[in-house]
Write a protein that binds this ligand. Structure first.
Ligand SMILES: Nc1ncnc2c1ncn2[C@@H]1O[C@H](COP(=O)(O)OP(=O)(O)OP(=O)(O)O)[C@@H](O)[C@H]1O
Length: 285
């Protein structure tokens, strides 16, 4: 599956949510779609799922536009934080309605997931706790077997143990099937181990798109006395730097070996911190 985001712009009245953004995704892969609040992530996911019309530009899935396109709609399953199903319906009826929509729907997998998440199929959606509603959303997303499955903050209210279970099942599913997963969350620290590629959106623009492993290997934090770090940084690609009381920490792209051999201390940058540093105004310490 190939997703081409082409010069996509979305304006809501006076608010520019997406600003001429372009990138391409190719699966199977697990993508982390990250960014600060209001960066434009949900807008991209809504356009991708054909729920929202862009102001300019387009998203193509294997060459086909997404908006109001029945054929493409069955290829994409978007599970949001909330509002995935009608509150008056029983779980079994909600699952049935999704099964009509997704050509690859896997009924056995859905039943198995209900059991895993301890959901009774006769419960009405409105009686579910927040965590149970999230588990139902996740059940739908996984059982849809949609080639492109998007989770937009899918596990609000789920406790750590249930989230861990979800990560495990997602990885298992990813290993067994050729699916693309796009995952947007603010719980980056715990979810980042899933990501194969990371996309960071800032103010409706693409800030970064890179393989997660490369990010881990080719970015580092270097710390030490301010003058020593400043000398070291002279020819480096600096993401951000901070100085305090004669000491300096800088977040740098490149290989940490050189810094280590200069006697400075280095450490890896977790993806969550990297996202924060990349999307913060640059500060010169
Ligand atoms: N229906 C709407 N009407 C007006 N403005 C909107 C609408 N939907 C989104 N926006 C604005 O567009 C911008 C991008 O919003 P979006 O929901 O895509 O961001 P996000 O990255 O998903 O944020 P969050 O992490 O907080 O969910 C924000 O400034 C938001 O206020």
């Amino acid at each position: 599956m190939k997703i081409e985001v082409k010069q996509l712009t979305k304006k809501y009245k006076n608010k520019l949510a997406l600003d001429d953004i372009s990138f391409t995704l190719e699966g199977p892969k697990i993508y982390g779609l990250l960014g600060r609040n209001g960066a434009g992530k949900t807008t991209i996911m809504d356009i991708l799922a054909g729920l929202t019309l862009p102001s300019q530009g387009e998203i193509l899935i294997d060459g086909q536009p997404t908006f109001d396109n029945q054929e493409v709609a069955g290829l994409v399953c978007l599970i949001k934080e909330d509002g995935n199903f009608k509150k008056d319906l029983k779980i079994k009826h909600i699952l049935k309605s999704y099964s009509y929509f997704y050509p690859n729907w896997d009924e056995n997998f859905a039943a198995q997931l209900l059991e895993t998440f301890k959901l009774n199929k006769n419960m009405k959606a409105k009686t579910l706790s927040k965590g149970m509603a999230s588990a139902l959303g996740i059940t739908i997303g996984l059982a849809s077997k949609a080639p492109i499955t998007i989770f937009d903050e899918p596990y609000i209210g789920m406790d750590a143990a249930a989230r861990k279970l979800f990560y495990e099942i997602l990885l298992e599913e990813y290993e067994n099937e050729n699916r693309m997963f796009i995952f947007s969350t603010h719980l980056i620290d715990e979810a980042s181990l899933l990501f194969e590629e990371v996309i960071i959106i800032q103010d409706g623009k693409l800030r970064l798109k890179e393989e997660a492993e490369k990010l881990r290997d080719e970015t580092y934090a270097v710390s030490g006395p301010k003058d020593k770090v400043e000398t070291f940084l002279a020819d480096k690609d600096i993401i951000r730097q901070q100085a305090l009381a004669g000491m300096m920490t800088a977040y740098v792209r490149g290989n940490a070996i050189e810094a280590e051999s200069s006697g400075l201390s280095t450490e890896g940058i977790p993806i969550q911190d990297l996202m924060i540093h990349l999307t913060e105004e640059r500060q010169v310490g």
